[in-house]
Design a protein around this ligand. Structure first.
Ligand code: NAD
Length: 253
């Protein structure tokens, strides 16, 4: 089996301090993989520096995942520098809590571009290199909102995250013969700075939500990162097209 030390992992949305992407990038680094940490926020440089300090190779790239040209340039740079890409984690995402009655076309398009189209573009860009080596692990971030409608996120977010599941299943089928797997992780309520659950006024609603979650608590970014890293491992090679819920039982299919 492949050694983690031979692997190159690209993680988008790896900047935010308490985020799933940062935890995932750090986790890959601790396994010994080389990490490409991508975010529009230059704070992502910290993440690469920490991974290097902990003993693995890492670079940070600042880009906007809605800009195709920036993505192409970045992935060319990665292939020049590392020679291959084994793992892609499409994690960057935004939400805009808003009623369908108030969502403008431009807000709809921004959320779709960030949360769905960027995963298509990154995937399309890394596939030729993965196909050539007959190996790849692609993990997309969906959401419980995409499975059953949002709690407080807008319909654009739910639609994008449902789209991520369709993209995931399709890529799994089309690329199965090349040793490439494609899976999605679908988190429930995770303690990050995403979405607004951390606002002071969310206290009461939060307590109500906790009653709906069988585990009786929110999840941590580490718990999501560990699931992503398992799906990215050589050992997970026979799992593909799967949507893995990480939600404390909040939604059970
Ligand atoms: P987060 O806001 O902490 O992290 C998201 C990161 O994406 C940020 O670092 C941000 O800068 C980056 N990003 C956003 N737009 C970008 C763009 N255009 N270009 C480059 N980078 C961009 O949020 P998180 O909770 O860590 O979320 C990570 C993923 O998990 C998202 O796809 C989110 O939809 C999904 N998710 C989160 C939860 C949750 O409860 N936190 C639940 C379900 C799904």
């Amino acid at each position: 089996d492949k050694d983690w030390g031979e692997q190159v992992a690209v993680v988008t949305g790896a900047g935010s301090t308490r985020g799933i992407g940062r935890e995932t990038a750090l986790h890959f680094g601790r396994l010994g993989a080389s990490v490409v940490a991508i975010d529009r926020d230059p704070i992502v440089g910290e993440v690469a520096a920490q991974i290097r300090a902990e003993g693995s190779k890492a670079i940070a790239i600042t880009l906007d995942v809605t800009k195709d040209v920036e993505i192409q340039r970045a992935l060319d740079q990665v292939l020049n520098e590392f020679g291959h890409i084994d793992i892609l984690v499409n994690n960057a995402g935004i939400t805009r809590p808003n009623s369908i009655l108030n969502i403008s076309r431009s807000e709809w398009e921004l959320v779709l571009a960030t949360d769905l189209t960027s995963s298509f573009v990154f995937t399309q860009e890394v596939l030729p290199a993965m196909m050539k080596r007959k190996y790849g692990r692609i993990i997309n971030l969906s959401s419980i909102s995409g499975e059953r409608g949002g709690v407080q996120n807008g319909c654009h977010y739910s639609a994008a995250k449902a789209g991520v599941m369709g993209l995931t299943k399709h890529v799994a089928r089309e690329m199965g013969g090349y040793g490439i797997t494609c899976n999605a992780v679908s988190p429930g309520l995770i303690e990050t700075d995403f979405g607004g659950f951390t606002e002071g006024d969310a206290g009461e609603r939060r307590a109500l939500l906790m009653k709906e979650i069988p585990a009786g608590r929110s999840g941590s970014a580490e718990e999501v990162a560990a699931t992503i890293c398992f799906l990215a491992s050589p050992a997970a090679g026979y799992i593909t097209g799967e949507i893995v819920d990480v939600n404390g039982g909040w939604h059970i299919d």
